[in-house]
Design a protein around this ligand. Structure first.
Ligand SMILES: [Zn+2]
Length: 101
């Protein structure tokens, strides 16, 4: 088998699945992807401190509005488990930021 053969096989399999069960972006419904780069972008921004009063120190990973709210809902309500990866990376970044230096 040539290098990359497994990747080509997986891509062909993915394309076959797309014919039967078309994928769309969880944020904007663009076809052919689970999450487009534009909708993934808010999850890749650096976490920032949230300075609310009367609560322990908080960190904000992303604002819970479009497209992040749509992504979270697609993961939770539609069982789109592929979204666990970008959501997990954002959560991990938030936890790293909250840890003491
Ligand atoms: Zn999108």
């Amino acid at each position: 088998m040539s290098p990359g053969g497994d990747d080509q096989g997986m891509e062909l399999l993915r394309e076959a699945f797309d014919l039967v069960l078309p994928r769309h972006c969880a944020g904007c419904r663009a076809p052919g992807t689970d999450l487009c780069s534009a909708c993934a972008m808010p999850l890749t921004l650096p976490p920032r401190p949230d300075h609310r009063r009367d609560v322990p120190r908080l960190w904000t990973v992303a604002t819970y509005d479009h497209p992040v709210s749509d992504i979270v809902n697609a993961y939770k309500e539609q069982a789109r488990t592929s979204l666990a990866i970008p959501l997990g990376h954002a959560l991990a970044a938030g936890v790293r930021s909250a840890l003491p230096p």
